[in-house]
Design a protein around this ligand. Structure first.
Ligand code: ATP
Ligand code: MG
Length: 211
C-alpha cells in the first residue's frame, strides 16, 4: 500500500508564468510546516482576472511542471484546469478533500496580497473548515496594512491561519510579462526551463520578433 500523505500544501495561482517567488514560498511552507507534499494548482479561469489577458491554461500548466520537476516534494495538479468554468478555491479544496480523505490535513498557501481577496472569495468560511491557511510575506504587501475588517477576520480564525516569513522576493508574474514584452532578460527570475519555454512559444510578446 502506498504511504499515507498526512500533510499536503496546496499552492494555487495563475502561474502566468511561475517564478522563483512562488517556488521559494512553497518550499518555505513545506519546511516550516513539515508538509509531505506541495501540490501546485494552476487555475483554469481565475475569478479575479480577465480571461482575455491570461495565457492558455496548457502553457501555464507546462511551465509549472517544468519549474517543479527537480523538487521531489512538488507535484502539479490539473484539477482546476480540467474543470470547466471559473476556478474557485473552495471547489478545488473540496475535490482534494475527497481525493485525499479525512485523515489528510490540507494547508492552503498564499501570498500576503491574496489574503485580502480571501474574504471576497466564494464561501471563505467553509474554506477554513476544509484547510489551514498559510499567508506568506511578500514585499510591498504587509498584513498590518490590511483593512481592520480583514485583520479581525484573521484574528478570529487564528487557530487555522498562520503567517510565514519568507526571504524577500519582489518578483511578480506581471513584472516578468512586462520584461519579456520590453525585450528584457528574465534570467534568474524564473527557472531556466521556464525562460526557454517562454521564448520557444513566443509568450508575452506582441509580435514574433527575436529577443
Ligand atoms: P500576477 O502579477 O499575474 O498577479 P503573481 O506573481 O501575483 O502574478 P499569482 O499566480 O497571482 O502570481 O500568485 C499565486 C500565489 O503566489 C498568490 O497567493 C500570490 O500571493 C503568491 N505569490 C506570488 N508571488 C509571490 C512572491 N514574490 N512572494 C510571495 N508570494 C507570492
Ligand atoms: Mg497575483
Amino acid at each position: 500500500m502506498a504511504a499515507k500523505i498526512a500533510r499536503v500544501g496546496v499552492m494555487g495561482g495563475t502561474f502566468d508564468p511561475i517564478h522563483f517567488g512562488h517556488l521559494v514560498t512553497a518550499e518555505g511552507a513545506r519546511c516550516e510546516f513539515g508538509l509531505d507534499q506541495v501540490l501546485f494548482l494552476p487555475s483554469g479561469q481565475p475569478p479575479h482576472k480577465d480571461l482575455k489577458e491570461v495565457t492558455p491554461a496548457n502553457h501555464r500548466y507546462m511551465m509549472t511542471v517544468l519549474a517543479t520537476l527537480t523538487n521531489p516534494y512538488f507535484e502539479v495538479s490539473r484539477i482546476d484546469i480540467d474543470r470547466r468554468g471559473i476556478s474557485y478555491t473552495i471547489d478545488s479544496l473540496k475535490c482534494l478533500r475527497q481525493e485525499y480523505g479525512a485523515g489528510t490535513e490540507l494547508f492552503f498557501i498564499t501570498g500576503a496580497d491574496a489574503v485580502f481577496e480571501i474574504m471576497t472569495w466564494k464561501d471563505s468560511k467553509k474554506l477554513l473548515e476544509i484547510a489551514h491557511f498559510i499567508a506568506a510575506t511578500r514585499p510591498g504587501f504587509s498584513l498590518e496594512d490590511l483593512p481592520a475588517e480583514t485583520r479581525a477576520w484573521i484574528a478570529k480564525h487564528r487557530e487555522r491561519f498562520y503567517v510565514l516569513q519568507i526571504p524577500a522576493m519582489a518578483i511578480s508574474s506581471t513584472n516578468i510579462r512586462q520584461r519579456v514584452r520590453d525585450g528584457h532578460s528574465i534570467r534568474y527570475l524564473v527557472p531556466q526551463q521556464v525562460d526557454y519555454y517562454i521564448r520557444r512559444h513566443w509568450l508575452y510578446r506582441r509580435e514574433r520578433t527575436p529577443i
